[in-house]
Ligand binder design. Structure first.
Ligand code: ADP
Length: 410
Protein backbone atom coordinates (compact mmCIF):
# COMPACT_ATOMS: atom_id res chain seq x y z
CA UNK A 1 0.00 0.00 0.00
CA UNK A 2 1.51 3.27 -1.11
CA UNK A 3 0.79 6.07 1.41
CA UNK A 4 1.53 9.50 -0.05
CA UNK A 5 1.92 12.00 2.76
CA UNK A 6 3.27 15.48 3.58
CA UNK A 7 5.87 15.56 6.38
CA UNK A 8 3.56 17.23 8.92
CA UNK A 9 0.74 14.67 8.62
CA UNK A 10 -1.30 13.95 11.74
CA UNK A 11 -2.73 10.90 10.00
CA UNK A 12 0.30 8.86 8.95
CA UNK A 13 0.69 7.05 12.29
CA UNK A 14 -2.95 5.96 12.20
CA UNK A 15 -2.59 4.72 8.60
CA UNK A 16 0.55 2.76 9.47
CA UNK A 17 -1.21 1.19 12.44
CA UNK A 18 -4.24 0.31 10.33
CA UNK A 19 -2.00 -1.18 7.63
CA UNK A 20 -0.25 -3.39 10.15
CA UNK A 21 -3.57 -4.54 11.64
CA UNK A 22 -4.75 -5.47 8.14
CA UNK A 23 -1.44 -7.22 7.42
CA UNK A 24 -0.76 -4.81 4.59
CA UNK A 25 2.78 -3.66 3.92
CA UNK A 26 2.95 0.15 3.84
CA UNK A 27 5.35 2.12 1.64
CA UNK A 28 5.49 5.82 2.56
CA UNK A 29 6.15 8.46 -0.09
CA UNK A 30 7.07 11.71 1.60
CA UNK A 31 9.47 14.66 1.31
CA UNK A 32 12.97 14.01 2.56
CA UNK A 33 13.50 17.31 4.36
CA UNK A 34 11.73 16.16 7.57
CA UNK A 35 11.72 12.51 6.74
CA UNK A 36 9.07 10.15 8.06
CA UNK A 37 10.79 7.29 6.34
CA UNK A 38 13.35 5.01 7.92
CA UNK A 39 12.26 4.79 11.54
CA UNK A 40 8.61 4.50 10.69
CA UNK A 41 8.32 2.56 7.47
CA UNK A 42 9.87 1.69 4.15
CA UNK A 43 9.55 4.49 1.68
CA UNK A 44 10.50 6.78 -1.15
CA UNK A 45 11.61 10.39 -0.76
CA UNK A 46 9.76 12.72 -3.11
CA UNK A 47 8.86 16.36 -3.56
CA UNK A 48 5.04 16.47 -3.62
CA UNK A 49 4.98 19.29 -6.19
CA UNK A 50 7.76 18.09 -8.47
CA UNK A 51 6.57 16.52 -11.74
CA UNK A 52 9.35 13.93 -11.29
CA UNK A 53 7.65 12.61 -8.13
CA UNK A 54 5.14 10.57 -10.14
CA UNK A 55 7.93 8.95 -12.16
CA UNK A 56 9.82 8.03 -8.97
CA UNK A 57 6.74 6.35 -7.55
CA UNK A 58 5.99 4.48 -10.77
CA UNK A 59 9.60 3.27 -10.79
CA UNK A 60 9.13 2.10 -7.19
CA UNK A 61 6.01 0.24 -8.31
CA UNK A 62 7.99 -1.73 -10.87
CA UNK A 63 10.34 -2.92 -8.10
CA UNK A 64 7.52 -3.71 -5.69
CA UNK A 65 3.96 -3.56 -7.12
CA UNK A 66 1.37 -1.64 -5.10
CA UNK A 67 -2.15 -2.95 -4.49
CA UNK A 68 -3.51 0.46 -3.50
CA UNK A 69 -2.61 4.15 -3.17
CA UNK A 70 -3.86 6.51 -0.45
CA UNK A 71 -3.21 10.22 0.16
CA UNK A 72 -3.16 10.92 3.89
CA UNK A 73 -3.73 14.70 3.59
CA UNK A 74 -4.80 17.42 1.17
CA UNK A 75 -1.33 18.22 -0.12
CA UNK A 76 -0.78 14.61 -1.25
CA UNK A 77 -4.10 14.19 -3.06
CA UNK A 78 -3.12 15.17 -6.65
CA UNK A 79 0.03 13.05 -6.76
CA UNK A 80 -1.67 10.00 -5.23
CA UNK A 81 -4.50 10.14 -7.75
CA UNK A 82 -2.07 10.43 -10.69
CA UNK A 83 -0.04 7.44 -9.57
CA UNK A 84 -3.16 5.34 -8.88
CA UNK A 85 -4.59 6.28 -12.28
CA UNK A 86 -1.43 5.17 -14.09
CA UNK A 87 -1.33 1.90 -12.13
CA UNK A 88 -5.05 1.21 -12.71
CA UNK A 89 -5.86 1.15 -8.98
CA UNK A 90 -9.07 2.52 -7.36
CA UNK A 91 -8.70 6.29 -7.46
CA UNK A 92 -10.21 9.66 -8.19
CA UNK A 93 -9.57 11.08 -11.65
CA UNK A 94 -6.52 13.38 -11.29
CA UNK A 95 -8.52 16.34 -12.62
CA UNK A 96 -11.14 15.85 -9.89
CA UNK A 97 -8.47 15.53 -7.20
CA UNK A 98 -6.87 18.75 -8.44
CA UNK A 99 -10.18 20.64 -8.37
CA UNK A 100 -11.00 19.46 -4.85
CA UNK A 101 -7.68 20.85 -3.62
CA UNK A 102 -7.80 24.26 -5.27
CA UNK A 103 -10.40 26.52 -3.69
CA UNK A 104 -10.74 28.75 -6.77
CA UNK A 105 -11.23 25.85 -9.20
CA UNK A 106 -13.59 24.16 -6.72
CA UNK A 107 -15.80 27.25 -6.39
CA UNK A 108 -16.01 27.72 -10.15
CA UNK A 109 -16.83 24.06 -10.73
CA UNK A 110 -19.60 23.97 -8.11
CA UNK A 111 -21.11 27.22 -9.26
CA UNK A 112 -21.35 25.87 -12.78
CA UNK A 113 -23.01 22.70 -11.47
CA UNK A 114 -25.61 24.75 -9.58
CA UNK A 115 -24.32 23.74 -6.11
CA UNK A 116 -24.68 26.53 -3.53
CA UNK A 117 -21.36 28.30 -2.99
CA UNK A 118 -20.74 31.85 -1.75
CA UNK A 119 -20.43 34.58 -4.36
CA UNK A 120 -16.71 34.81 -5.03
CA UNK A 121 -13.95 36.29 -7.15
CA UNK A 122 -10.24 35.65 -7.66
CA UNK A 123 -7.63 38.28 -6.82
CA UNK A 124 -4.26 38.34 -8.60
CA UNK A 125 -1.70 39.68 -6.16
CA UNK A 126 0.60 40.89 -8.93
CA UNK A 127 -2.13 43.12 -10.39
CA UNK A 128 -3.28 46.43 -8.82
CA UNK A 129 -5.58 45.55 -5.92
CA UNK A 130 -8.03 48.48 -5.84
CA UNK A 131 -9.94 47.72 -9.08
CA UNK A 132 -10.10 44.06 -8.18
CA UNK A 133 -11.75 44.81 -4.82
CA UNK A 134 -14.27 47.28 -6.22
CA UNK A 135 -17.98 46.62 -5.72
CA UNK A 136 -17.57 43.90 -3.06
CA UNK A 137 -20.44 43.47 -0.65
CA UNK A 138 -19.19 43.15 2.94
CA UNK A 139 -18.53 41.14 5.06
CA UNK A 140 -16.26 38.97 2.94
CA UNK A 141 -13.83 36.14 3.58
CA UNK A 142 -10.35 36.33 2.02
CA UNK A 143 -8.33 33.13 1.62
CA UNK A 144 -5.43 31.54 -0.23
CA UNK A 145 -6.43 28.99 -2.87
CA UNK A 146 -4.49 25.97 -1.68
CA UNK A 147 -3.73 26.00 2.03
CA UNK A 148 -5.76 24.03 4.56
CA UNK A 149 -6.66 23.93 8.27
CA UNK A 150 -8.10 27.47 7.97
CA UNK A 151 -4.62 28.90 7.44
CA UNK A 152 -4.77 32.32 5.87
CA UNK A 153 -8.59 32.47 6.02
CA UNK A 154 -9.66 35.95 7.22
CA UNK A 155 -12.99 37.74 7.46
CA UNK A 156 -13.06 41.42 6.47
CA UNK A 157 -15.97 43.76 7.22
CA UNK A 158 -14.94 46.76 5.10
CA UNK A 159 -12.53 47.71 2.27
CA UNK A 160 -9.73 48.67 4.67
CA UNK A 161 -9.88 45.36 6.50
CA UNK A 162 -9.99 43.59 3.14
CA UNK A 163 -6.80 45.30 1.94
CA UNK A 164 -5.09 44.48 5.24
CA UNK A 165 -6.22 40.85 4.96
CA UNK A 166 -4.85 40.62 1.40
CA UNK A 167 -1.48 42.05 2.52
CA UNK A 168 -1.26 39.71 5.50
CA UNK A 169 -2.04 36.62 3.43
CA UNK A 170 0.36 37.77 0.70
CA UNK A 171 3.20 37.98 3.25
CA UNK A 172 2.29 34.57 4.53
CA UNK A 173 2.17 33.00 1.06
CA UNK A 174 5.59 34.46 0.23
CA UNK A 175 6.99 32.11 2.89
CA UNK A 176 5.19 29.03 1.51
CA UNK A 177 8.06 27.96 -0.70
CA UNK A 178 6.56 24.50 -1.26
CA UNK A 179 3.54 25.94 -3.10
CA UNK A 180 3.68 26.43 -6.86
CA UNK A 181 4.43 30.10 -7.64
CA UNK A 182 1.04 30.73 -9.28
CA UNK A 183 -0.76 29.61 -6.11
CA UNK A 184 1.25 32.05 -4.02
CA UNK A 185 -0.03 34.97 -6.12
CA UNK A 186 -3.73 34.10 -6.06
CA UNK A 187 -6.44 34.81 -3.47
CA UNK A 188 -10.13 34.08 -3.30
CA UNK A 189 -12.54 36.70 -1.90
CA UNK A 190 -16.06 35.54 -1.16
CA UNK A 191 -19.26 36.51 0.60
CA UNK A 192 -19.35 35.65 4.31
CA UNK A 193 -22.16 33.15 4.88
CA UNK A 194 -23.71 33.61 8.32
CA UNK A 195 -25.10 30.40 9.76
CA UNK A 196 -24.35 27.23 11.71
CA UNK A 197 -21.65 25.01 10.30
CA UNK A 198 -21.61 21.24 10.09
CA UNK A 199 -19.20 18.68 8.75
CA UNK A 200 -19.86 15.53 6.75
CA UNK A 201 -17.55 12.52 6.73
CA UNK A 202 -18.15 9.97 4.00
CA UNK A 203 -16.58 7.37 1.75
CA UNK A 204 -16.99 7.28 -2.01
CA UNK A 205 -17.15 4.00 -3.84
CA UNK A 206 -17.66 3.92 -7.61
CA UNK A 207 -19.12 7.40 -7.40
CA UNK A 208 -21.67 6.56 -4.67
CA UNK A 209 -21.43 8.41 -1.37
CA UNK A 210 -21.65 6.36 1.82
CA UNK A 211 -22.28 8.52 4.86
CA UNK A 212 -20.08 7.88 7.89
CA UNK A 213 -20.98 10.75 10.21
CA UNK A 214 -22.41 14.25 10.38
CA UNK A 215 -20.76 16.53 12.94
CA UNK A 216 -22.13 19.72 14.44
CA UNK A 217 -19.71 22.58 15.02
CA UNK A 218 -21.60 24.14 17.93
CA UNK A 219 -19.48 27.27 18.42
CA UNK A 220 -20.41 30.15 16.12
CA UNK A 221 -17.47 30.71 13.80
CA UNK A 222 -17.67 34.44 13.14
CA UNK A 223 -14.06 35.29 12.33
CA UNK A 224 -11.84 37.19 11.76
CA UNK A 225 -10.01 33.81 12.01
CA UNK A 226 -11.80 30.49 11.84
CA UNK A 227 -10.14 28.25 14.37
CA UNK A 228 -11.65 24.78 14.41
CA UNK A 229 -12.87 23.88 17.87
CA UNK A 230 -15.74 21.47 18.61
CA UNK A 231 -16.92 18.63 16.38
CA UNK A 232 -19.85 16.69 17.90
CA UNK A 233 -21.62 13.68 16.41
CA UNK A 234 -24.40 12.70 15.88
CA UNK A 235 -25.69 16.02 14.63
CA UNK A 236 -28.57 17.70 16.46
CA UNK A 237 -29.75 19.59 13.37
CA UNK A 238 -33.14 18.80 11.81
CA UNK A 239 -33.13 15.60 9.76
CA UNK A 240 -34.05 17.69 6.68
CA UNK A 241 -31.06 19.97 7.16
CA UNK A 242 -28.75 17.00 7.63
CA UNK A 243 -30.16 15.32 4.54
CA UNK A 244 -29.75 18.56 2.58
CA UNK A 245 -26.11 18.78 3.67
CA UNK A 246 -25.35 15.18 2.68
CA UNK A 247 -27.16 15.54 -0.65
CA UNK A 248 -25.19 18.74 -1.32
CA UNK A 249 -21.91 16.92 -0.64
CA UNK A 250 -22.95 14.12 -3.04
CA UNK A 251 -23.74 16.71 -5.72
CA UNK A 252 -20.41 18.44 -5.13
CA UNK A 253 -18.53 15.14 -5.50
CA UNK A 254 -20.32 14.45 -8.79
CA UNK A 255 -19.51 17.96 -10.00
CA UNK A 256 -15.80 17.52 -9.18
CA UNK A 257 -15.80 14.01 -10.64
CA UNK A 258 -14.68 12.39 -7.35
CA UNK A 259 -15.42 8.65 -7.30
CA UNK A 260 -13.31 6.82 -4.72
CA UNK A 261 -12.03 7.22 -1.19
CA UNK A 262 -12.66 9.45 1.78
CA UNK A 263 -14.55 12.75 1.65
CA UNK A 264 -14.54 15.44 4.31
CA UNK A 265 -16.88 18.37 3.81
CA UNK A 266 -17.78 21.53 5.73
CA UNK A 267 -21.04 23.35 5.02
CA UNK A 268 -23.03 26.25 6.43
CA UNK A 269 -26.82 26.28 6.77
CA UNK A 270 -28.44 29.57 5.75
CA UNK A 271 -31.54 30.70 3.84
CA UNK A 272 -32.82 27.11 3.61
CA UNK A 273 -29.67 26.01 1.76
CA UNK A 274 -26.51 24.11 2.61
CA UNK A 275 -23.60 26.24 1.39
CA UNK A 276 -20.40 24.42 0.60
CA UNK A 277 -17.38 25.76 2.48
CA UNK A 278 -15.22 22.91 1.24
CA UNK A 279 -15.42 19.33 0.01
CA UNK A 280 -12.02 17.60 0.29
CA UNK A 281 -10.99 14.12 -0.85
CA UNK A 282 -9.33 13.11 2.42
CA UNK A 283 -10.39 12.22 5.94
CA UNK A 284 -11.19 14.71 8.71
CA UNK A 285 -8.13 16.71 9.84
CA UNK A 286 -5.91 16.52 12.88
CA UNK A 287 -6.44 13.59 15.19
CA UNK A 288 -10.23 13.89 14.92
CA UNK A 289 -10.68 10.64 13.02
CA UNK A 290 -10.00 8.84 16.30
CA UNK A 291 -13.57 9.70 17.24
CA UNK A 292 -15.05 7.39 14.68
CA UNK A 293 -15.35 3.66 15.29
CA UNK A 294 -17.35 1.54 12.91
CA UNK A 295 -18.92 -1.86 13.32
CA UNK A 296 -16.54 -4.08 15.27
CA UNK A 297 -14.30 -1.17 16.27
CA UNK A 298 -12.80 -0.56 12.81
CA UNK A 299 -11.38 2.92 12.54
CA UNK A 300 -11.65 5.33 9.65
CA UNK A 301 -8.15 4.61 8.30
CA UNK A 302 -8.91 0.87 8.22
CA UNK A 303 -12.00 1.52 6.10
CA UNK A 304 -10.04 3.78 3.76
CA UNK A 305 -7.24 1.21 3.30
CA UNK A 306 -9.69 -1.63 2.68
CA UNK A 307 -11.47 0.44 0.07
CA UNK A 308 -8.20 1.42 -1.59
CA UNK A 309 -7.36 -2.27 -1.89
CA UNK A 310 -10.72 -2.88 -3.56
CA UNK A 311 -11.92 -4.99 -0.63
CA UNK A 312 -15.59 -4.79 0.34
CA UNK A 313 -16.25 -3.08 3.65
CA UNK A 314 -19.41 -2.92 5.64
CA UNK A 315 -19.95 0.57 6.94
CA UNK A 316 -22.00 0.66 10.11
CA UNK A 317 -22.59 4.07 11.59
CA UNK A 318 -20.81 4.58 14.91
CA UNK A 319 -23.04 4.11 17.98
CA UNK A 320 -23.52 6.63 20.83
CA UNK A 321 -22.29 10.19 20.78
CA UNK A 322 -18.77 11.50 20.56
CA UNK A 323 -17.00 14.81 20.33
CA UNK A 324 -13.61 16.35 19.89
CA UNK A 325 -12.28 19.76 20.84
CA UNK A 326 -9.30 20.87 18.81
CA UNK A 327 -7.62 22.83 21.59
CA UNK A 328 -7.48 26.50 20.62
CA UNK A 329 -4.10 28.23 20.73
CA UNK A 330 -4.75 31.15 23.11
CA UNK A 331 -1.86 33.32 21.91
CA UNK A 332 1.53 33.51 20.24
CA UNK A 333 4.69 32.60 22.13
CA UNK A 334 6.55 29.66 23.54
CA UNK A 335 4.56 26.92 25.25
CA UNK A 336 5.70 26.76 28.88
CA UNK A 337 3.24 24.18 30.17
CA UNK A 338 -0.38 23.09 30.16
CA UNK A 339 -1.87 23.01 33.66
CA UNK A 340 -4.94 21.06 34.73
CA UNK A 341 -4.32 18.03 32.52
CA UNK A 342 -5.25 15.50 35.20
CA UNK A 343 -8.32 17.47 36.22
CA UNK A 344 -9.45 17.67 32.59
CA UNK A 345 -8.95 13.94 32.07
CA UNK A 346 -11.03 13.22 35.18
CA UNK A 347 -14.16 14.92 33.79
CA UNK A 348 -16.82 12.23 33.19
CA UNK A 349 -17.06 11.08 29.55
CA UNK A 350 -13.62 12.45 28.67
CA UNK A 351 -11.85 9.64 26.89
CA UNK A 352 -8.51 11.12 26.01
CA UNK A 353 -6.46 14.31 26.02
CA UNK A 354 -3.60 14.56 23.56
CA UNK A 355 -1.17 17.46 23.60
CA UNK A 356 0.57 17.72 20.23
CA UNK A 357 2.94 20.58 21.05
CA UNK A 358 5.80 19.95 23.44
CA UNK A 359 6.92 22.41 26.08
CA UNK A 360 9.46 24.87 24.70
CA UNK A 361 8.00 24.86 21.18
CA UNK A 362 6.58 27.93 19.51
CA UNK A 363 2.81 28.39 19.25
CA UNK A 364 1.66 30.26 16.15
CA UNK A 365 -2.05 31.16 16.16
CA UNK A 366 -4.17 31.51 13.01
CA UNK A 367 -4.16 32.84 10.40
CA UNK A 368 -0.42 32.11 9.99
CA UNK A 369 -0.18 28.99 12.16
CA UNK A 370 -1.57 25.68 11.11
CA UNK A 371 -0.83 23.18 13.82
CA UNK A 372 -2.99 22.19 16.74
CA UNK A 373 -2.13 22.50 20.42
CA UNK A 374 -3.91 19.24 21.07
CA UNK A 375 -7.16 17.31 21.09
CA UNK A 376 -9.72 16.45 23.76
CA UNK A 377 -12.02 13.50 23.07
CA UNK A 378 -15.32 12.62 24.72
CA UNK A 379 -17.67 9.70 24.29
CA UNK A 380 -21.07 9.90 25.97
CA UNK A 381 -24.64 8.64 25.66
CA UNK A 382 -25.84 11.92 24.07
CA UNK A 383 -24.22 14.69 22.01
CA UNK A 384 -25.22 17.23 24.70
CA UNK A 385 -23.26 15.28 27.30
CA UNK A 386 -20.25 14.90 25.01
CA UNK A 387 -20.20 18.65 24.33
CA UNK A 388 -20.68 19.57 28.01
CA UNK A 389 -17.82 17.26 29.02
CA UNK A 390 -15.48 18.85 26.48
CA UNK A 391 -16.40 22.35 27.64
CA UNK A 392 -15.87 21.46 31.29
CA UNK A 393 -12.55 19.73 30.61
CA UNK A 394 -11.36 22.67 28.51
CA UNK A 395 -12.26 25.09 31.34
CA UNK A 396 -9.92 23.09 33.62
CA UNK A 397 -6.94 23.59 31.32
CA UNK A 398 -4.63 26.54 31.65
CA UNK A 399 -2.16 27.04 28.81
CA UNK A 400 0.91 28.95 30.00
CA UNK A 401 2.75 30.79 27.24
CA UNK A 402 5.93 32.84 27.47
CA UNK A 403 6.47 35.73 25.06
CA UNK A 404 8.82 35.12 22.15
CA UNK A 405 11.19 37.88 21.09
CA UNK A 406 12.65 37.87 17.61
CA UNK A 407 16.10 39.42 17.30
CA UNK A 408 16.61 41.54 14.20
CA UNK A 409 20.13 42.46 13.14
CA UNK A 410 20.71 46.26 13.28
P1 ADP B 1 -9.58 25.38 4.88
O1 ADP B 1 -9.69 24.46 3.71
O2 ADP B 1 -8.23 25.97 5.06
O3 ADP B 1 -10.15 24.82 6.14
P2 ADP B 1 -11.98 26.87 4.24
O4 ADP B 1 -12.15 27.61 3.00
O5 ADP B 1 -12.72 25.57 4.39
O6 ADP B 1 -10.43 26.68 4.51
O7 ADP B 1 -12.39 27.82 5.45
C1 ADP B 1 -12.16 27.49 6.79
C2 ADP B 1 -13.33 27.96 7.64
O8 ADP B 1 -13.52 29.36 7.47
C3 ADP B 1 -14.67 27.35 7.26
O9 ADP B 1 -14.86 26.09 7.87
C4 ADP B 1 -15.64 28.41 7.75
O10 ADP B 1 -15.87 28.31 9.14
C5 ADP B 1 -14.89 29.69 7.48
N1 ADP B 1 -15.26 30.23 6.15
C6 ADP B 1 -14.57 30.10 5.02
N2 ADP B 1 -15.21 30.68 3.98
C7 ADP B 1 -16.35 31.21 4.49
C8 ADP B 1 -17.46 31.93 3.96
N3 ADP B 1 -17.51 32.27 2.68
N4 ADP B 1 -18.46 32.28 4.80
C9 ADP B 1 -18.41 31.96 6.12
N5 ADP B 1 -17.39 31.30 6.67
C10 ADP B 1 -16.38 30.92 5.89
Amino acid sequence: MLLVTPPNSYRIAAYLEAARALDVEPVVASPGRHSLIGELAAGVHIDLHDPAAGRLLLAAATRQPFDGVVATDDAAVPLASEVAATLGLPHNPPAAARISRRKDLARACLQQAGVDVPEHRCIQLDQPLAPQLEGLRYPVVVKPVSLSASRGVLRADDPDACRRACARIEAMLAREQDLPAAERRLLLVEAFIEGPELAVEALLHQGELELLAVFDKPDPLQGPCFEETYYITPSRHDPQDRALAVETVARACRAYGLREGPVHAELRLAQGKAWVMEVASRTIGGECARLLRFGAGADLETLVLQRALGRPVEVQPPGGAAGVLMLPIPGAGVLRRVEGVLAARRVPYIEELILSVREGYELVPLPEGGSYLGFLFARAPTPEQAEAALREAHARLNVVIAPLFHLHPP
